[in-house]
Design a protein around this ligand. Structure first.
Ligand code: RIB
Length: 336
């Protein structure tokens, strides 16, 4: 079946059939529906390479996630792909595995494949790769973590406020020995979470001791190592804020093997929710990000930039504290 056959059968021009497939927004909705239905029935397969050559557009969004095994980023992938599908775009996904070198390689790939735009979750890569994409006229949206580029859209949660909600919750429960497993210092969201935590303790007149703040790299193993160090302290914390879900998994495994009871011996609050956290034996108190909404908005902004409808914007989403059972009031009698 050729485009000409379809055009004859539908009594429209070949150009209209072609437009319905390559730039559907330029065809009246009714005609477009009729054409797409006929195309589907006929078994016609679009040659996307020929289309890209003809239109000079790949209709592909590059999406770089920092760690694809992390459920935060799988939710981002789903949301971005949903928006892309609704707009007849496809998504090329690359995983940095929290390694800047993989991020740099992904930027080169996006450049070679001439993607229409890039959603970028920074993992410590070189800003030059991003500047190169910009020089090619490929629009970028930073998501979740700042790359350091100006003139890009940026979608982020209010990290400082999220950390502050967590810290204030622990303070309200009577805790004064509050530890934190923070993320890596080179990531903007990680720095903001640490800042929000410190500020809230300071405002409550609680001194933060540096030995109660451990740093990880947002991966599970670093959460384990940090937790070992915290449990080895002479003056252990009675409450703990963990700055992401992956490090939380590591911390929990150590807490469990050390037979520390949550929340009786240690109250725990994490940053990032996962739908199964509520089903744990001790459901986790968390600061949740509106991940799907953030992913969708990043894709919408990028599409707007591709169509040149919008300039760079900063959109900050609000986090939410979800109180479950892993936090409790300070038990004065505990010997821990
Ligand atoms: O777990 C990944 C963390 O890194 C999340 O909190 C998210 O904000 C991302 O940056």
């Amino acid at each position: 079946v050729t485009l000409n056959d379809l055009a004859r059968q539908l009594n429209v021009s070949t150009a209209t059939v072609s437009r319905a497939l390559s730039t559907p927004e330029m065809v009246a909705p009714q005609t477009r529906e009729r054409i797409l239905e006929a195309v589907q029935k006929s078994g016609y397969r679009l040659n996307v390479i020929a289309r890209a050559l003809r239109t000079q557009k790949t209709r592909t969004l590059g999406l770089l996630v920092s760690d694809i095994r992390n459920t935060f980023f799988s939710a981002i992938v789903k949301a971005v792909e949903d928006v892309a599908r609704e707009n007849d775009y496809t998504v090329m996904i690359c995983n940095a595995d929290e390694d800047g070198r993989n991020e740099d390689a992904a930027m080169r790939l996006f450049s070679e494949r001439q993607v229409s735009g890039v959603i970028h979750c920074f993992a410590g890569g070189n800003i030059k790769g991003l500047q190169h994409l910009q020089a090619q006229g490929i629009p970028l949206v930073d998501l979740d973590r700042k790359s350091g580029l100006t003139d890009v859209d940026f979608i982020v949660v209010n990290n400082e406020r999220g950390a502050s909600l967590a810290a204030q919750h622990l303070i309200d429960l009577g805790h004064r020995q509050i530890g934190m497993i923070a993320g890596p210092k080179h990531l903007s969201n990680s720095r903001s979470r640490l800042e929000g935590f410190r500020r809230t303790l300071r405002q409550a007149g609680i001194p933060t001791s540096s030995e109660q703040i451990e740093f990880g790299d947002f991966r599970e193993a670093s959460g384990q190592e940090a937790m070992y160090r915290l449990l080895a302290l002479k003056k252990r914390p009675t409450a703990l804020f963990v700055a992401n879900n992956e490090m939380m998994a590591g911390a929990l495994s150590v807490i469990r093997s050390a037979q520390v009871r949550i929340p009786h011996d240690l109250s725990v609050v994490g940053f990032d929710d996962a739908h199964w956290f509520q089903y744990l034996e001790t459901p986790l108190t968390v600061v949740a990000q509106p991940v799907e909404a953030m992913g969708r908005r990043a894709a919408e902004l990028l599409l707007a930039r591709i169509e040149q409808k919008q300039g760079p914007t900063l959109e900050v989403f609000e986090p939410r504290l979800i109180i479950r059972s892993s936090t409790g009031s300070l038990d004065k009698k505990k010997t821990f």
